[in-house]
Structures are given as structure tokens and as C-alpha cells.
Design a protein around this ligand. Structure first.
Ligand code: HEM
Length: 503
């Protein structure tokens, strides 16, 4: 099956690392280890006290008489290009962020709200290497715009090409039909995500019987077995895309795309601090993922996709494109759909999912599990969408702001230079009280449901691909798979029925 143009995945994942900031050099890591007790004490203070966290980021904000870089403030370090000399600002800041996450029940949304409060509850706050936008109005405007992007994720420079594959769709700027972003999106859609294709409909029809054959006598409490649930999502996503039902061994490999989710939000400094343990795991996962493709003889699909790209965007080897596309399938497809099914499975039992915070979700409208089941059966799509509005699988996304901007942190103006990273926070926009009435209350019947930005745009709007150019291309697949799995457990035979209304 191997062609000459296929290439080596080892060479792809072991290519020289890019954009390593001064504070993420091995010298900085060594000094961070040597001063660990001091950094931990400061990190605990910053992670438990909002006032200290804001100080770690913006420095002296009372009288502003001391320049940020003297205060060892993270924002000043970013403005100076993150030199090694200012690395101490990052040692305490990253530990503070980690402790704040633990203190907020490991819920990313709870952490975002805590940080937003630390910066004065305005329209923006700072985290990582950029500013975060929390209002629905701004997030909606960004999702409708032509976004500038670079290799950045979770508002920090991404570890490329060892953790993230280089050039993945997420890192490419939005552009017209001639752009690289449009070209990759087009081949991806045509080869894997076209709901109009005959093979898609055919596989969707077979999906429930495939699930049933492996999951006899399902019951609601089965959702508590997240490992099993994730395995099923892997098998379903792979089946829908490639028409192959994986055995447990192969599915266990691909399940790691969900299991390793937390690795992708860590900055290179932390990766090196833990001696690249997590990066090593992800590199192996990428190699093994390509191994699954090779084992099943699926290389021709990627060879064809690479051929179909305009010459200027063609990848030097086919395996490079395979790695990029499988990164999207694994990271966004398997990761996102697993998170979605885990949330729905928990909500049906009136439980709070692992990564969510109890005080941010109210089930008051559905006092019993039977009420929940009834709500699901009334409209599976609405139920899934509302679950993901309140607990989004993808909580935020990173772009580059091309313009200079003045923002208020703690009521004080700060200038953001052009090219500053900007995170638009979907999980907070989805709870903006200007749009969503009683946003903490789970209510699939709410009239504003389709305005939620969960899939990087208001899924359900007419011409959504035109209005929201970067809307998730896998949104229908995610809904189809989630409905098939949940439908099997709750006893709805004709899964896929509700999603097809969107065609
Ligand atoms: C419930 C499940 C899912 C959710 C909530 C979700 C949500 C999102 C969001 C918010 C983005 C924007 C991220 C960013 O720009 O940084 C995105 C992008 C993307 N998603 Fe999904 N997604 C899901 C499932 C899937 C599936 C099943 C696939 C395909 C197998 C997929 C493929 C992609 C791709 C390729 C992009 C990049 C699009 C671009 O940048 O133009 N997603 N998704």
C-alpha cells in the first residue's frame, strides 16, 4: 500500500521544535526546579487569592508607579517578547494557574469566571499570553469575522511540531476560496464529513446496529463508565469516516485523543518542567494513529486528498497531511464528541460531569431522571445542544488580534499591541445574560438555544457556513454519533432522525 510520496511519521513528529520563548528554554526550566519551593509558595497565594493573581499578570495596578517588568508581571513579559530574564514571572504564574484550576473543582469554566472576577468583571481579562473576550456580542462578532491565526492554542504559543502538528486547520488564518485554510477545509469535508454523500447515509443507518452488537442491555448508569463510553465514541467516529468498525485494541489507541486532552493546554515551560513526559505520549499517539491508518490500508484516501490540494499547499509527504487530518479527527472529533456524550450521559442522570462545577448548573426544571429522559426523547438534538451550551466540549478558541486595542482590567486602561493573542470564551458567551435567560438553568426548550456558539458559531442559523466561516465542520457528525449512542442507551431506535432535520 505504501507509496513513495507517503513519507515517515517519525520524521514529522521529530522535526525541530519551533517558537520556543526565552522563558521556556532548558535554562529557565532548570532554574524553575532549583527555586521550586519559592515558586510553589507564590503559586499557592496566586492560585487562591484573586488579588495576587491579578498582580502576577499586570503587576502594580494601584498606583502603577512600578513598570510591569520590575513587578515580574506576566503581561509585561509578553510585551517584551518573553525573554529568559523575565522567566520568574512565568514560574509562579503557571503554578498559580494550576492551583486555581484545582481550587475551582478542575472546571475550566469555573476557572475562567474566577479569573474574570480577579480582573474586575469587565468585558475582558488576561490569561496566558493574551486577553480573553467574554461577552456574547464580541464572541459572536469574532466568529463571524475573517480571523487571523497562528500556531497558538489556549491563548499560548502552541508546542509545534511535537505536541501539535504544524499547519493544522486551527492554526491557519481564515481566507477566501483560494486560501490554504479553505483548501484544507474543502478536502476534509469532501473526503470525510459530507452528509450528502451516499456512504455517509449508509453508514449512519448501520451505526445503531453496530453499537447494539457491542453494548447489550444498556442502562443509564453505563454512562458512568467513561472509558467504555469513549471507546464507543472512537469506534463510531472512525466508522462514520472510514467505514471500518475498529476492534478494542485499535480503539484503545485512538481513545487517548480524549484521555490526553489536558496535555494540549500546557505551555512548553510546563512540558519541559515535567521532562516532556506528556509531549512524548502525544508524539507516540500521533505515530500510533498513523499506524492504525496504515494497518487498515487507508493511505490512498490521504494520498488522494494531498493530490487534490492546489500545488502550493500540497504537503511534502502524504503522511504529513494524514497526521494533520488525523489530528483534527482525534483532537476535535473524538475529543469533542466524547466530551459531549459524557455530559449528556451525566445530565440524563442529573449528575454533574467530571469537568464541570456543580454551582454553575441547575437541573431545577427537571426534578427527576424520568423528567430528563422525557426531555431527551422530546428532542434529542435540543437536549444535546443545551447540554453542550451549558458545558461546552470546546470552551474557547484562539485568534490573533491584528489591531492595537485599549482594554480595561480592574477599571484601568491597558494597551494591547497589534498581534496580541485573543481568546474568545464560548463557555462564557453561552451564559451571557443579555442573550440567555437564567443561563445556569438546563432547559432544552429555551427559545435562544440556537444562538449558542458551542460549535464556533450559532448552529441552526440559516446559511451558517457563510455567516460563521469557521463553524465546526464536524458538527453534524458529532450530533449523529451522540444521538446514536445516547439513543441506544435510552431506547430510541431511529437515531439520526432528529439531526437529519438539519439537512
Ligand atoms: C461535540 C463535538 C464538537 C464540538 C463542540 C466542536 C466544536 C468546535 C469548535 C468550537 C471549533 C473551533 C475551534 C477553534 O477555532 O479553535 C471547532 C473546529 C473544528 N472542528 Fe469541531 N467540534 C466537535 C466535533 C467535531 C468533529 C466530530 C469533527 C470532525 C471529525 C470536528 C472537526 C473540527 C475541525 C476540523 C475544526 C477546525 C475548523 C476550522 O478551523 O476551520 N469537530 N469545533
Amino acid at each position: 500500500m505504501q507509496t513513495e510520496s507517503w513519507g515517515s511519521i517519525e520524521e514529522v513528529v521529530n522535526a525541530p521544535v519551533e517558537n520556543v520563548a526565552g522563558d521556556a528554554t532548558w535554562l529557565s526550566v532548570l532554574c524553575m526546579w532549583l527555586t521550586l519551593p519559592l515558586n510553589l509558595i507564590q503559586g499557592c497565594i496566586g492560585g487562591l487569592c484573586r488579588f495576587a493573581m491579578a498582580f502576577f499578570v499586570i503587576g502594580c495596578y494601584c498606583c502603577r508607579c512600578i513598570p510591569g517588568w520590575i513587578c515580574c508581571a506576566a503581561m509585561a513579559s509578553v510585551k517584551c517578547g518573553r525573554p529568559c530574564i523575565l522567566a520568574p514571572s512565568w514560574w509562579r504564574y503557571v503554578l498559580g494557574g494550576f492551583i486555581a484550576l484545582l481550587a475551582n473543582s478542575r472546571s475550566r469554566l469555573a476557572l475562567f469566571i474566577w479569573e474574570w472576577e480577579a480582573f474586575g468583571k469587565g468585558d475582558h481579562y488576561w490569561h496566558g499570553e493574551g486577553y480573553w473576550s467574554v461577552t456574547y456580542e464580541e464572541c459572536s462578532r469574532i466568529t463571524k469575522s475573517q480571523q487571523k491565526r497562528r500556531s497558538a492554542f489556549a491563548c499560548i504559543e502552541a508546542c509545534v511540531p511535537d505536541l501539535f502538528a504544524s499547519n493544522i486547520l486551527l492554526f491557519l488564518p481564515t481566507g477566501g476560496p483560494e486560501s490554504e485554510w479553505a483548501a484544507i477545509r474543502k478536502v476534509l469535508h469532501a473526503a470525510m464529513l459530507d452528509r450528502g454523500a451516499y456512504h455517509y447515509t449508509e453508514r449512519l443507518q448501520k451505526l445503531s446496529s453496530q453499537i447494539a452488537a457491542e453494548w447489550p442491555e444498556p442502562k443509564l448508569t453505563d454512562f458512568d463508565d467513561t472509558e467504555k463510553l469513549r471507546l464507543m465514541v472512537v469506534k463510531c467516529v472512525f466508522f462514520m469516516i472510514f467505514g471500518i468498525w475498529l476492534d478494542d485494541n485499535d480503539a484503545l489507541i485512538l481513545r487517548k485523543w480524549r484521555d490526553y486532552a489536558v496535555f494540549f493546554v500546557l505551555p512548553r515551560l510546563i512540558h519541559r518542567f515535567i521532562f516532556n513526559f506528556a509531549i512524548g505520549r502525544v508524539k507516540q499517539l500521533r505515530v500510533d494513529t498513523v499506524g492504525v491508518i496504515e494497518k487498515h490500508g487507508l493511505q490512498p484516501m490521504f494520498v488522494e486528498m494531498n493530490k487534490n490540494l492546489p500545488e502550493k499547499y500540497r504537503r511534502p509527504t502524504d503522511v504529513k497531511l494524514c497526521d494533520e487530518i488525523m489530528f483534527a479527527v482525534g483532537f476535535a472529533g473524538i475529543g469533542g464528541t466524547s466530551a459531549c456524550c459524557e455530559t449528556v450521559g451525566a445530565f440524563l442522570q442529573r449528575k454533574i460531569p467530571e469537568e464541570a462545577s456543580a454551582h454553575l448548573i441547575s437541573f431545577e426544571k427537571y426534578p427527576t431522571t424520568e423528567d430528563m429522559l422525557e426531555a431527551y426523547k422530546a428532542s434529542p438534538v435540543k437536549y444535546i445542544k443545551e447540554s453542550c451550551r451549558i458545558d461546552p466540549p470546546v470552551t474557547s478558541a484562539t485568534r490573533v488580534d491584528p489591531d492595537e486595542r485599549e482594554l480595561l482590567f480592574k477599571g484601568i486602561p491597558y494597551t494591547m499591541p497589534p498581534e496580541t493573542l485573543n481568546q474568545y470564551v464560548i463557555s462564557m458567551a453561552n451564559r451571557d445574560t443579555k442573550i440567555f435567560e437564567n443561563p445556569d438553568v438546563f432547559d432544552p426548550t429555551r427559545k435562544e438555544l440556537d444562538q449558542a456558539l458551542t460549535w464556533n458559531g450559532a448552529f441552526g442559523t440559516p446559511n451558517e457556513e457563510t455567516v460563521y466561516p469557521r463553524i465546526c465542520p464536524g458538527r453534524f457528525l458529532a450530533l449523529d454519533v451522540a444521538q446514536a449512542i445516547v439513543g441506544h442507551v435510552v431506547g430510541i431506535k431511529d437515531d439520526g432522525r432528529d439531526a437529519r432535520m438539519f439537512c
